[in-house]
Design a protein around this ligand. Structure first.
Ligand SMILES: Nc1ncnc2c1ncn2[C@@H]1O[C@H](COP(=O)(O)OP(=O)(O)OP(=O)(O)O)[C@@H](O)[C@H]1O
Ligand SMILES: [Mg+2]
Length: 512
């Protein structure tokens, strides 16, 4: 199968998201689609999937012109896509979500056994920990990602488009995911992998296309492509250069905490329903004791679903505690309401910002100033708020920099930047950051790390939850591992090795 996108252009009002793009996609190959935030990658692939219609250009499959005017038409042609933002229904089970997505099984045949045996084997191969009866609401972000993947595989797609699928996967899941991608390509599928991770490209891509400002600026072979062709190979440096227009990235270092005064005290923290607390499989935290000094960055590592989200929600005062206390500068956060938290400037970067961090129908101005709602005059002045928002948009390079557009128009990475702009502005005393660089391109990631270090330098304490063990070890002062809701190990990063942390993550308790 050979898909040709020819001269594809797409406008959103005055913004040219795709500008006369030509791209070939072949069966049996993994094509990595790279490019900075807002480059037009998701838009291009949504056009191939029939979610958007191109303003200009055409699509050919095996030299035949095709009209893809809906995702249904795309699926009929064997094209499937996993979106950057999830489209699962939280209140339904995994099996029900898969049934709803299935085009093959009419609803009155949901008990079709052969079909379900296939679906189930696909699910268990990719995500052995997920049961079909699990409610999606109870899954971790990475498990949701895997269910999305099963949805597409289950529809027997011959062309599989994956929009940043690995950004939330743990190292082990990523390995499994890479193996699966290679298997799919070797079985003759065409895979398009949108990613910001060079490791993804190096691990499984055959060809690479780089987009910048709506155009495809380079197509070349990846290192693991054995085919002797005329196209040229690129080094990692060349790729970074193509993606961000520069190779010299700023080097950032965490500054050691200047003061040893703990600002945040978490004492004997228990959260969760009694049943969940006693059942380690559930999202609960148990008996957490942690003190964070002024200027300190504590990294929380662990396989997702071991209580990270619950810990973050509890520390920021969003969840009621079952037992224990959280004090910031001596005052109890756990008993305080929102005005207190705003006054003390507690910054919270939640996971899944589209669901948890923005109001997509509201414009950028409202999304950026909403934290100040308690300090606003009775009749807030729009012009003043707009000027304030514009400043943040520029400082955090939110693209396009139009403060009056709805937040829902932003690309995945720019949406993340919007949440970061709101939360990391001002002078927060406490920053709780869950996967803060998720979906960001290389230069935006560097910028956010710098911002976090600057806040640490001016005395904030930072609780940083991440899947990226390398970055946690490189940039945080101490690293703690959550396992089944408990902190099973904590060490200064200078003294912690990847092996030790990995051992805590999988086997639990620290050897005395
Ligand atoms: N529905 C929409 N309405 C208006 N503008 C849009 C819409 N969807 C995308 N855009 C704009 O089109 C441009 C390209 O967006 P797209 O989502 O394709 O970027 P991307 O390359 O996927 O970026 P990221 O890496 O951040 O996900 C962006 O400037 C975005 O703001
Ligand atoms: Mg995108």
């Amino acid at each position: 199968m050979h898909i040709q996108l020819q001269g594809i252009s797409k406008r959103f009002n005055s913004l040219l998201a795709n500008d006369k793009v030509d791209l070939d996609i072949f069966s049996g190959e993994v094509l990595a689609l790279l490019g900075e935030n807002g480059a037009g990658k998701s838009t291009l692939m949504k056009i191939l999937y029939g979610f958007y219609q191109a303003d200009e250009g055409c699509i050919l499959i095996d030299d035949r012109l095709v009209v893809i005017d809906s995702p249904y038409a795309a699926m009929a042609l064997g094209i499937g896509m996993v979106f950057q933002q999830f489209s699962l229904i939280d209140n339904l089970t995994v099996a029900e979500n898969l049934m709803l997505a299935s085009t093959k099984t009419p609803k009155w045949q949901w008990s079709d056994r052969t079909h379900w045996v296939n679906t189930h084997s696909c699910l268990s191969q990719l995500a052995p920990t997920i049961q079909p009866t699990n409610r999606v609401h109870d899954l971790t972000v990475s498990e949701k990602q895997l269910v999305e993947l099963v949805k597409v595989l289950d529809a027997d797609a011959r062309v599989i488009i994956l929009d940043e699928p690995s950004s939330v996967l743990t190292p082990l899941e990523t390995q499994r995911f890479w193996t699966l991608i290679r298997q799919l390509a070797d079985q003759g599928h065409a895979v398009v992998l949108i990613t910001h991770k060079l490791e993804d490209v190096l691990a499984c891509a055959d060809r690479i296309a780089v987009m910048r400002k709506g155009r495809v600026v380079e197509v070349c072979l990846a290192h693991n492509n054995q085919k002797p062709e005329l196209e040229r190979h690129l080094s990692s440096e060349d790729l970074i250069h193509l993606m961000v227009g520069q190779t010299e990235l700023p080097v950032v270092h965490p500054v050691p905490p200047s003061l040893a005064h703990p600002r945040l005290h978490i004492q004997n923290l228990w959260v969760g329903e009694p049943a969940a607390v006693s059942n380690p499989g559930h999202n609960a935290v148990r008996g957490i004791d942690l003190a964070i000094a002024s200027g300190e960055i504590i990294g929380i590592a662990g396989v997702a679903g071991n209580g990270q989200q619950t810990l973050a929600d509890a520390v920021t005062g969003l969840l009621p505690l079952t037992q224990g206390t959280v004090h910031l500068d001596g005052a109890p956060v756990h008993q305080a309401g929102i005005p207190y938290r705003t006054r003390h400037d507690i910054a919270y970067i939640p996971e899944q910002p589209l669901q948890n961090g923005v109001a997509t129908d509201l414009d950028l101005v409202k999304n950026l100033v909403v934290k100040d709602i308690n300090r606003m005059p009775f009749f807030p002045r729009r012009a003043k708020q707009r000027a304030q928002a514009l400043q943040l948009i520029q400082a955090f390079n939110v693209q396009p920099p139009n403060p009056d557009q709805p937040a829902g128009n932003l690309s995945g990475g720019n949406l993340q930047k919007l949440v970061l702009a709101r939360e990391l502005s001002g002078s927060p005393s406490l920053i709780v950051a869950c996967y803060p660089t998720m979906g960001l391109d290389i230069s935006a990631t560097q910028f956010i790390y710098e911002k976090l270090f600057n806040h640490a330098q001016t005395g904030a304490c930072i609780l940083w939850i991440s899947e990226n063990l390398d970055d946690l070890l490189r940039y945080s002062h101490r690293i703690a591992v959550l396992f089944q809701g408990e902190i099973v190990g904590i060490a200064e990063t200078r003294r912690a090795s990847r092996q030790l942390v990995g051992k805590w993550m999988t086997s639990g308790r620290q050897a005395a």
